[in-house]
Design a protein around this ligand. Structure first.
Ligand SMILES: NC(=O)c1ccc[n+]([C@@H]2O[C@H](COP(=O)([O-])OP(=O)(O)OC[C@H]3O[C@@H](n4cnc5c(N)ncnc54)[C@H](OP(=O)(O)O)[C@@H]3O)[C@@H](O)[C@H]2O)c1
Length: 337
């Protein structure tokens, strides 16, 4: 099969188009013929920092395609089903920038007949991260679905990012009021298209004042992309028993939190790494995200505030570079091209 592989850490130039044996599904695993792979910041960070094994590493956690074959113990009836794949390359060599990947059955989730593969490939890392952020608070339920956030307000810091977009779409599906911050009029349009009812330009406006207009008693959840820069704002807008869910590390920056001010609301500051979240949270996240897909509640593309940038497999290095350079929207690889 054709696969992108790297055998040493480095920049996008270490990614090579290679011809590799198609992997065999082991017990409990499925072989997925991929159509589209998603590219996330974690892919270039792993390529840069995590040493590949002796056989080389195929990058890519997320993807979508069709089950081609099953391993021992897996119902053969799943063969031929359309699926979305999550965490394919987490501590495994077979990522999604290839014609085929193998994953444990639970990491290949039925996509249904309607959802496009582009959506399936955009789900894993961003939507599971967003789900975790939106459900870890004390004043919100740990399950999401229509109505689960009725009467609640969510602040999404960085609403035009991939995770920010997912958080807006999921929170709207759950009937929350969603406030999003952005840095430009173009990004404001994207956050609004995703479903944010209130969009604040953090470069031009007073975020605390704007959020307080929408939620005078504070917000229930802050989905935070830049705690190092936004902690002071978050501390002023988080409401009683609210949560600040920090999912990005600002390149290793440290955060200062005003402790006494956060004791009053019993605020919860929670750090998120999607790979190592508690097992129950992961199971629920996959189920709820899939329910949102089957409901038709989450989408990709301009109309959903997530412009697509699609590269053929042979140009995966350019796709990595685009993500590394902060592409606005969702970067995908068409592995069939
Ligand atoms: N913990 C996890 O499990 C996990 C999961 C997924 C992603 N991540 C990490 O999260 C980060 C974002 O991922 P992504 O895929 O969403 O990236 P992305 O699509 O590039 O989005 C990042 C967004 O954050 C915005 N932003 C940056 N600084 C901001 C600030 N001070 N206030 C508000 N918004 C700000 C950016 O826009 P402006 O700069 O124009 O504001 C951009 O829209 C990456 O570092 C990634 O590695 C972590």
């Amino acid at each position: 099969m054709r696969a992108i592989t790297y055998t040493r850490n480095g920049g996008p130039e270490v990614l090579e188009l290679t011809d590799r044996p198609t992997p065999e599904p082991g017990p409990g695993e499925v072989l997925v013929r991929l159509a589209v792979a998603g590219v996330n910041p974690t892919d270039w960070k792993s390529r840069t920092n995590s040493p590949p094994g002796p056989e080389g590493q195929v990058p890519g956690q997320d993807g979508a395609g069709t089950v081609e074959a099953v391993g021992r113990g897996v119902d053969p009836a799943v063969t031929g089903q359309r699926v979305w794949v999550w965490e394919a390359a987490w501590q495994r060599p077979w990522g999604t920038a290839a014609e085929y990947t193998v994953v444990p059955l639970r990491q290949a989730v039925l996509l249904g007949a309607e959802a496009p593969f582009e959506l399936g490939a955009a789900l894993g890392i961003p939507f599971l991260t967003a789900h975790r952020c939106l459900t870890l608070g004390e004043s919100v339920p740990d399950r999401m679905g229509p109505g689960s956030l009725t009467g609640r307000t969510v602040l999404v810091q960085g609403g035009a990012g991939a995770v920010g977009n997912a958080a807006i779409q999921l929170a709207r599906w759950a009937d929350a009021t969603v406030v999003a911050t952005v840095s430009s009029p173009h990004k404001a349009q994207l956050a609004a298209a995703a479903g944010a009812s209130h969009v604040v330009d953090y470069r031009q406006q007073d975020v605390v004042a704007e959020v307080r207009k929408v939620a005078p008693r504070g917000v229930d959840v802050v989905v935070e992309v830049s705690a190092a820069r936004n902690a002071a704002v978050d501390a002023q807008v988080v409401g009683m028993h609210g949560a600040v869910a920090v999912y990005a590390d600002d390149g290793g920056a440290e955060v200062t939190i005003p402790v006494r001010a956060q004791m009053g609301p019993n605020a919860r500051w929670n750090f998120v790494l999607v790979y190592t979240e508690p097992e129950r949270a992961k199971v629920i996240g996959v189920e709820d995200v899939n329910a949102a897909v089957l409901d038709g509640a989450v989408r990709v593309g301009d109309a959903a505030g997530l412009p697509l940038h699609v590269y053929p497999l042979a140009r995966t290095a350019e796709a990595h570079r685009a993500v590394q350079d902060g592409a606005v929207g969702k970067v995908l690889v068409d592995v069939t091209a």
